[in-house]
Design a protein around this ligand. Sequence first.
Ligand code: COI
Length: 357
Amino acid sequence: ARCMGRREASLASNYTQTSEFADLDWENLGFGLVQTDYMYTTKCGPDGNFDKGGMVPFGPIEMNPASGVLNYGQGLFEGLKAYRKTDGSILLFRPMENAMRMQTGAERMCMPAPPVEQFVDAVKQTVLANKRWVPPTGKGSLYIRPLLVGSGAVLGLAPAPEYTFLIFASPVGNYFKEGLAPINLIVEDKFHRATPGGTGGVKTIGNYASVLMAQKIAKEKGYSDVLYLDAVEKKYLEEVSSCNIFVVKGNVISTPAIKGTILPGITRKSIIDVALSKGFQVEERLVSVDELLDADEVFCTGTAVVVSPVGSITYQGKRIEYAGNQGVGAVSRQLYTSLTSVQMGQVEDPMGWTVQL
Ligand code: COI
């Protein structure tokens, strides 16, 4: 393994920040990039073994113009959050899940992935180095963005000969401009996000560029985002551009089953467990678009969106409104509160999901 360079080593021992909090308007965080002090970086060659890596100042990276990621999209990303507790300590939420999901995605994209332990350790280093950017309790969170990209040069279509694993972080508030207010979705009937056998089930960067067009059109029409249907029968719910979807009917909460075209969200999985623990019946199955018509509530889940209530869904020109339209639906609210109080360390963590820094 490569030894840490002198610059990295001196930075690593120099995290003592001059002030407890960065100079930022903590009251008005949205989901835009706020550049922080440091990023983690490491590389590996064709043997697939990543160097020890370390922190360097946040900033532009050098990339060969012939790199696999720039030319052929060989890249994956992850997203997780760190919250500040009232005692000043910091909690990570299920970082090992992100590490394992990156490994699954890397296999699909023919890339080597960092070992789980290295991934989690790198996340911790990134958060600690940028500690002054973790928002005060109740003002938001530090969004952590791990990236794994084919940085080595290729010309013919082939896996890159070198990979870079990088983590940067940014303080964030609410993802949608609606804040915690219900969002308005439109069912997409022209574009598809994923097809069977494709890469919809992994967090590859290309899945996100390909939804920009539908998202742009929807936003121009005043919708918050797009709800995708399956590409084969155009009948079953898949997911929203950046989050999973749940439909509530009485005591039953249903969400599309993970069958390769849907991103296996960590918030999705956590909400399923929270709902079961609260006595709801949870069904992972094919959810027909027709079920939107008589649902009581609909909500989205994701690391960035947390739990976002859906106020309306427009399908084939018809607008369906939900309990949450006038405020947040009772079930969405209950699940949001249960999950975020664990994430923020306000209640016991019976599942052992949080990692204290
Ligand atoms: C996340 O929720 O962390 C994501 O990766 C979605 C992204 C589009 C912000």
